[in-house]
Ligand binder design. Structure first.
Ligand SMILES: NC(=O)c1ccc[n+]([C@@H]2O[C@H](COP(=O)([O-])OP(=O)(O)OC[C@H]3O[C@@H](n4cnc5c(N)ncnc54)[C@H](OP(=O)(O)O)[C@@H]3O)[C@@H](O)[C@H]2O)c1
Length: 278
């Protein structure tokens, strides 16, 4: 599996398994295990997904050494500031049954509970993450759902390595993507299949037929060809495998442009980071 360098010693695989909505722990464990057996080496979870325990258990049972699997988790919207962040992180490690994570993200920049003073709280939170990084408990630091202005508002000593944001043919925040790419922040694309809702789009179907690939594979390759790490979620074993089979082709520049032309504000499926109702 190809990787992208995040910092001096850390390399992130170019695709990861998404695990949101895998809240039945047995199902989550089965999917993560099947993904690892199919060749995935990158798992995306979060405190808020309620499945860290299953992710950790599957990784243990896979028999693949811990240092060969890239694990991301995220600070939930319930916690901010130094003490809460340190405590929540330790609780996550316990659930994951690990002594470090590869990537730790602030899940949302401005949760409703903290919207009044989110800038100050994000700075305190990120400083606590930097402490954990210095202790070797986090190998790379990042954020999620941060738009350009949230990134500009954040004070950091250790650079942000990753920003995880919504990305698929129907939606992209090109301004934030451009800002991140200029500042060497790697983008992870969530909902890369548009949650399955965009797979019967005529252009995506046309390209699937042209490249002899499935619509999902066209969407995933579109992320890779935009230098974005896709995080497809599936609880269907065949699809978990299908979603990894995207490294034997690439889209022509003209086809990437055609797919880009599908993206618009209306295509956003997830919540807006500044106005989310949570
Ligand atoms: N940071 C954030 O705020 C945030 C927000 C949203 C998501 N995420 C992350 O990104 C991951 C992916 O996003 P997502 O779960 O919203 O959506 P997604 O991966 O775009 O789509 C998942 C949906 O597509 C279906 N699917 C998967 N593979 C398919 C295939 N090959 N053919 C047809 N349908 C397929 C799945 O069905 P089955 O499962 O039934 O197969 C599921 O209904 C999440 O799991 C999570 O890890 C992060």
């Amino acid at each position: 599996m190809e990787t992208i360098q995040l910092n001096e010693n850390v390399f992130i695989p170019q695709i990861g398994l998404g695990t949101w909505k895998l809240d039945d722990l047995e199902v989550a464990k089965k999917c993560v295990l099947a993904a690892i057996q199919s060749g995935y080496r990158h798992i995306d979870t979060a405190m808020g997904y309620g499945n860290e325990e299953a992710v950790g258990q599957a990784i243990k049972e896979s028999g693949i050494p811990r240092d060969q699997i890239f694990v991301t988790t995220k600070l939930s919207n319930d916690f901010r500031g130094r003490e809460e962040t340190l405590q929540a992180f330790e609780d996550s490690l316990k659930r994951l049954q690990m002594d470090y994570v590869d990537l730790f993200l602030i899940h949302w920049p401005a949760p409703k509970k903290y919207r009044e003073n989110y800038v100050e709280l994000n700075n305190e939170t990120y400083a606590a993450m930097e402490e954990l990084y210095a202790l070797g408990k986090i190998r790379a630091l990042g954020v999620s759902n941060f738009m350009k202005h949230h990134l500009e508002e954040l004070s950091v000593k250790i650079p942000v390595s990753v920003n995880q944001i919504e990305f698929h043919p129907y939606y992209a925040d090109w301004q934030t993507i451009q800002y991140c790419q200029q500042h060497h922040i790697v983008i992870e694309g969530y909902s890369p299949l548009g949650r399955g809702q965009i797979l019967s789009d005529p252009l995506i179907l046309e390209l699937a037929s042209l490249y002899h690939k499935t619509p999902a594979q066209i969407c995933l390759r579109y992320a890779i060809d935009n230098h974005i790490i896709p995080l497809p979620k599936s609880q269907t074993l065949e699809r978990i495998k299908e979603n990894l089979d995207i490294f034997d082709f690439s889209l022509k520049e003209t086809d990437i442009e055609r797919l880009r032309s599908l993206s618009s504000e209306n295509g956003k499926i997830g919540s807006h980071p500044d106005f989310a109702d949570f």
